[in-house]
Design a protein around this ligand. Structure first.
Ligand code: FAD
Length: 279
């Protein structure tokens, strides 16, 4: 029989994780579905569960020294309504699930679930977000792009826990997030795209492009982005075929129940083209 533990403090939670064989549950909006019982009896958890949603130490948002720090147990609804959170992330969260789900679901849960279609991930990776992981011995910071290593796979150790998501604040001149789903609300993404550009003296100083749900993890290629630094927007628009060629090779989607790989690739490339056309 599995154990159900509600720790009162972060250090108590870390002690249980150190003992092994515990799974963290935050809002439970992924885990309850993944472990659902078809006979309408209570969920079928197969691991000991550590209920961390009420840990006050992990709730709240701080804006300090050019970054936003989001506690792991802060709900998506709180994040979305905070004035210090980058607007692109608020937009992505606003398109996730429904208000009821957003009142319990967390950003740490979206990261921990590591779904290729997780809606916050293209935006967090575009922003070069970091994740603070803790265990009994201390903490380490890891870039989110390095933490998620495959579909539903992270580089987190079993005794570690996400305590904070840290987003460097960046004021881009243009930014955009588009999610394509089966319907307007409460739909998992078939494809998503986030783009941001910063201009200085009429030249591109920074350009970032990320694609969700079209690969094993979010697709971002910093070499492809870097090639446009110092160019003008006109040069970017006339040379767009080079970007299309590159992302045609990088984007390798799969067929699944929501969409097929041809649709996904075509739409992903069109979203990027549209973003660049609108600059
Ligand atoms: C009806 C419905 C609609 C949905 N729509 C969307 C959608 O549009 N877009 C989208 O991206 N998702 C969607 N989801 C999925 C889900 O709501 C999100 O992924 C959400 O962010 C998960 O957060 P949670 O706190 O509920 O995670 P949980 O279910 O509690 O946990 C998810 C995973 O993260 C791990 N985890 C949680 N917290 C931590 C931590 N602090 N440290 C380490 N690991 C941790 C857990 O162990 C588990 O593996 C939907 C779900 C439902 C039920």
């Amino acid at each position: 029989m599995v154990k159900h533990i509600i720790p009162e403090t972060l250090s108590e939670a870390l002690k249980y994780l150190y003992q092994g064989d515990f799974q963290i549950i935050a809002g439970g909006t992924d885990l309850m579905v993944q472990n659902r019982s078809w006979s309408e009896t209570p969920v079928n958890f197969t691991k000991n569960m550590l209920y961390c949603f009420d840990l006050l130490e992990l709730k709240g948002i701080n804006v300090i020294d050019g970054r936003v720090e989001i506690g792991a147990m802060t709900t998506l609804e709180t994040i979305m309504n905070h004035p210090g959170v980058p607007s692109l992330l608020c937009q992505a969260i606003g398109e996730m699930a429904s208000p009821a789900i957003r009142h319990v679901a967390t950003l740490a849960g979206n990261i921990g679930n590591a779904s290729p279609a997780g809606d916050s991930l293209p935006v967090l990776i575009l922003y070069d977000a970091w994740v603070e992981l803790r265990n009994m011995a201390g903490f380490r910071m890891i870039l989110l792009k390095d933490l998620i290593v495959g579909p539903r796979k992270t580089a987190m150790h079993p005794e570690e826990m996400i305590v904070k998501i840290v987003i460097p604040i960046h004021n881009f001149d243009f930014e955009s997030y588009i999610k394509v789903g089966g319907r307007k609300a409460d739909a998992i993404a078939k494809v998503s795209f986030a783009g941001a550009v910063e201009i200085e003296d009429d030249k591109i100083a920074d350009i970032r492009l990320t694609f969700g749900a079209v690969g094993k993890t979010v697709i971002r290629n910093e070499t492809a982005e870097g090639a446009w630094i110092g160019m003008t927007i006109t040069e970017l628009k006339t040379g767009i075929w080079r970007l299309i060629d590159m992302y045609n090779q990088l984007i390798q989607p799969i067929d699944d129940q929501r969409s097929n790989k041809y649709y996904r690739k075509t739409v992903a490339i069109n979203l990027m083209k549209d973003f660049i056309d609108r600059l």
